[in-house]
Design a binder for this molecule. Structure first.
Ligand SMILES: Nc1nc2c(ncn2[C@@H]2O[C@H](COP(=O)(O)OP(=O)(O)O)[C@@H](O)[C@H]2O)c(=O)[nH]1
Ligand SMILES: [Mg+2]
Length: 428
């Protein structure tokens, strides 16, 4: 299973930077940082775009359908002339008809024919397939053998992060295809696969080893790899009842292709993530820290007082349960600082959950001075109090919660430390 790197934390940090700097006086350096942060946030919040390109009838739409797990795109010889069709995630099925530089129109449900009748520049079909939250599929119009059909393909390839060039295995990787692909930027080529379709057809199947050997030799830096696929067989394998025919899915190339597509998308995501992390670390977070150091406290006194309260409860870290406790409170404090408007009930609820966890941990015994056997009961009592505070309004419950946490910290600092670090007194 290919894991997609999570981006939530970075997106949250970027948004925090963008929100905090929104009202800052205009300044070229800050504007440039904000543009960069916005671009990172957009990239990390959107799916990775995978383009399916190739000559007419190469099997682009069939392959995109296979990966979408749905028969969305028409295949085979057609009367319906389609522009670029994007298959993307949406909570409820819908079809968007789009034009460059004109407001789009949205139809509910899947309505490709109705959409095509509007003569749009592109159509986007939204499905609620979970995998589409990570990748969007771009089914490009086919290119032909003539140079003037290359331009639309090359233009549309600018919108994708990775591409699957589909070549028909019966006559794979023709001169015309090479000629077009040679004009694609190297960055995209490095994130692209050459899919050799129709690999299930006997003549292709029989010559496959030889064809693959040739293509692997020729591929150079044009593709990351060459993958054979018999798409209808793969679709059939996955549609098998009562469960998919995984052996067939593997032998027809479906599994390898699906994994390689996810891998290039996931690698691509990782590159974006690393770039955002580097900018956050070098520019955005230090800027934010400076900004908050200078004016966040007067603007948000309640947060400052919470910070002081927590900081004043930070005795030397010399016992494990206290260390864990402080880390837990610091984390809710960080959450509090990151969200721009404090939701008192949510904050109190987090406090209550943490106190409850520690009450259970203390119940198990062994971590604090056995003489301090009243402390677990203090935690139990605090759990109940924190629950009650969630029903009160205003700032007072927050302050009460802070003093409860401070009190519990003191208890742990005292009772937990004695176990580890206080020498037994052997005399006076
Ligand atoms: N046997 C076989 N037929 C395929 C394969 N891929 C596509 N086809 C068929 O080839 C025709 C063209 O495929 P389509 O996906 O419409 O190609 P596109 O024009 O590139 O989108 C359709 O009739 C498909 O069913 C394949 O891997 N094996
Ligand atoms: Mg097609």
């Amino acid at each position: 299973m290919i894991e997609f790197p999570g981006t939530e934390q970075e997106v949250r940090q970027l948004e925090r930077f963008l929100n905090a700097t929104e009202a800052q006086p205009a300044d070229a350096a800050l504007d440039e940082m904000r543009d960069r942060a916005l671009a990172h946030a957009e990239r990390l919040s959107n799916a990775i775009n995978i383009g399916f390109a190739g000559e007419f009838g190469a099997g682009k739409s069939s392959l995109a359908n296979m990966l979408a797990g749905a028969d969305i795109l028409p295949t085979g010889p057609q009367h319906l002339k389609l522009p670029l069709v994007i298959v993307a995630y949406s909570d409820t099925p819908e079809t968007t008809v789009g034009w460059w530089g004109k407001e789009p129109k949205v139809f509910s449900g899947i309505a490709l024919e109705k959409a095509a009748a509007e003569n749009p520049d592109f159509i986007s079909v939204g499905l609620n397939t979970p995998a589409l939250q990570e990748i969007s599929l771009f089914d490009l119009p086919g290119s032909g053998a003539l140079d003037d059909t290359y331009k639309p393909t090359l233009d549309l390839l600018k919108f994708v992060d990775c591409a699957i060039w589909c070549t028909n295995g019966t006559n794979a990787w023709r001169e015309t295809e090479r000629h077009l692909w040679a004009q694609v930027p190297q960055e995209l080529r490095a994130n692209s696969l050459l899919a050799v379709t129709h690999a299930d057809l006997p003549p292709v199947h029989d010559a496959l080893d030889r064809v693959l050997a040739r293509l692997n030799k020729e591929k150079g830096d044009f593709f990351r790899s060459v993958v054979p696929i018999g798409t209808p067989v793969a679709v059939r394998a996955m549609a098998q009842e009562p469960e998919p025919d995984f052996a067939l899915w593997e032998t027809c190339g479906g599994q390898d292709l699906a994994e390689q597509v996810l891998q290039i998308a996931s690698d691509r995501r990782l590159v974006d993530l690393k770039a955002a992390q580097a900018d956050l670390k070098r520019d955005f977070l230090p800027y934010l820290e400076e900004l908050q150091g200078s004016d966040a406290e007067p603007a948000q006194p309640e947060m400052a007082s919470i910070q002081n309260a927590i900081e004043s409860t930070l005795p030397p870290l010399n016992n494990p349960i206290l260390e864990d406790w402080l880390a837990a409170i610091t984390s809710i404090y960080e959450d509090l600082r990151e969200s721009s408007n404090i939701e008192p009930a949510a904050f109190l609820n987090s406090c209550q959950e943490i106190v409850e966890d520690f009450a259970e941990r203390l119940e198990q015994g062994g971590e604090i001075d056995p003489d301090a056997d009243w402390i677990p009961a203090e935690f139990e009592k605090a759990t109940d109090l924190l629950l009650l505070l969630q029903f009160e309004s205003g700032d007072a419950p927050l302050k009460d919660a802070i003093s409860i946490l401070a009190q519990l910290s003191d208890n742990l600092a005292w009772a937990g430390s004695r176990v580890d670090s206080v020498e037994p007194k052997t005399g006076t």
